[in-house]
Ligand binder design. Structure first.
Ligand SMILES: *Cc1c(COP(=O)(O)O)cnc(C)c1O
Ligand SMILES: [Zn+2]
Length: 393
């Protein structure tokens, strides 16, 4: 059974049929969203049914876009632990802290969630070659699922991306192109070759299905908290797919009768070396100006311009959330604090969420008795160069 009714433009509301390939809205060039018959799903499946299912993101299959079971590829993505951070909480004097440990996903980041969905659906719709510009983790995830689905993968990464990201793509059989520039330059070059080589582009939010994969974080958090949501979610934001996706998931879950209308305040964290969303949020802008000379060790946050900028900013405002920039040093310092207290080797992006938490707690924007989820979006292992090789004492 599948409950997709159509695709809908997030901006101009144009409706499109779901059984053919689309990238951005053909009319206004903004992201497309997948719509489901939620009334019918509500009659078909309950929260208790979900509880007994397999431990990967296909447990939410009724609200996912792939139709046939043979295309529901999996490497075990999703169902990551939501860890109550008792030791860290003791250290920083806050008792309501949880870490969603997305580093446990296949290819060690939450990009696996988005790309399992995009690649599975692309295969179902007959795609013969896949293309992605990536600052790091997305390329590895696409390569993994492309290998599993038997589709050739073409990856475009900045040439200064750390070696483990390149190694991973190569080992997974992708064709890797290293570009002298940023992810936006990679995107331009990848786009130039799409038509001549008949490749399908799975850039963030430039096709509708990565968002559907990433929204499962919203379903999972609710399920893991007993179908309640926290007061605050702190999310390291690049293209914003996870943030926008979770917000969509909350809305769907309320319509399904699985949660009530209470929503978390959503917080975007970026690096002070690349903070287009923070700047736009502070200025009250609807869209974000591209960031010049983007520079940060958090490769997932080195995104100077995002096609879903208005959706990120809208989510932050609707949720009474906020946007915070932290320095690369603060990220690493916070990553070490998580490592030393909780035993998790987190990415700088994950560290950024704790650094942001500390700033917001200091201002009392987060209050003492609130429940807060930090998203560690990836493992530290692909970033080990940031810790050097010298001994510690
Ligand atoms: C891609 C990435 C991000 C940013 O995710 P978006 O959903 O695109 O905002 C954050 N952290 C890591 C580790 C990433 O790989
Ligand atoms: Zn449109």
């Amino acid at each position: 059974m599948n409950f997709v009714t159509h695709l809908e433009c997030s901006n101009c509301k144009l409706e499109l049929e779901s059984e053919r390939l689309w990238n951005l809205c053909p009319s206004c060039k903004k992201p497309l969203l997948v719509r489901y018959d939620l009334d019918e799903i509500r009659k078909t499946v309950t929260r208790d049914d979900i509880a007994h299912r397999e431990q990967n993101l296909w447990r939410y299959e009724e609200v996912l876009p792939v139709r046939k079971d043979i295309y529901k590829y999996t490497l075990g993505e999703g169902c990551t632990p939501l860890i109550y951070a008792r030791n860290l909480g003791d250290r920083i004097k806050f008792s309501g802290l949880f870490i969603k440990e997305e580093g446990m996903n296949p290819t060690t980041s939450f990009k696996a969630r988005g790309l399992v969905m995009a690649v599975s659906r692309a295969k179902e719709l007959g795609v013969r070659a896949l293309s992605i510009p990536s600052a790091g983790n997305a390329a590895g995830a696409m390569s993994a699922y492309a290998a599993l689905a038997g589709i050739p993968a073409f990856v475009f990464m900045p040439k200064d991306v750390p070696q483990p990201f390149i190694a991973e793509c190569k080992a997974l059989g992708a064709t890797v192109r290293l570009i002298d520039g940023l992810i936006t330059d990679c995107g331009r070059i990848a786009a130039n070759e799409l038509v001549t080589h008949n490749r399908f582009d799975v850039s963030t939010l430039k096709e509708p299905y990565r968002l559907e994969g990433k929204k499962t974080m919203g379903y999972e958090v609710a399920e893991q908290l007993g179908w309640r949501l926290p007061d605050v979610i702190i999310y390291p934001t690049g293209g914003g797919t996870g943030l926008i996706g979770m917000w969509k998931a909350f809305d769907e879950m309320e319509k399904l009768g699985w949660i009530d209308s209470k929503r978390p305040r959503m917080v975007t964290v970026q690096s002070d070396g690349c903070a287009p969303m923070v700047r736009a949020f502070k200025k009250g802008d609807e869209f974000a100006e591209p960031w010049q000379n983007a520079k940060t060790v958090a490769d997932g946050l080195r995104v100077p311009a995002a096609v879903g900028d208005f959706l990120i900013l809208r989510t932050l405002r609707e949720s009474n959330g906020t946007a915070v920039a932290v320095s690369d040093n603060e990220m690493i310092h916070a990553a070490n604090l998580i490592g030393q207290t909780e035993g998790l080797f987190v990415s700088p992006e994950g560290g950024a969420t704790l650094a942001a938490f500390q700033k917001l707690r200091m201002k009392n924007w987060i209050e003492e008795d609130e429940t807060v989820i930090l998203f560690n979006t990836g493992s530290g292992h692909k970033y080990s160069h940031l810790w050097g090789t010298e001994a510690t004492s």
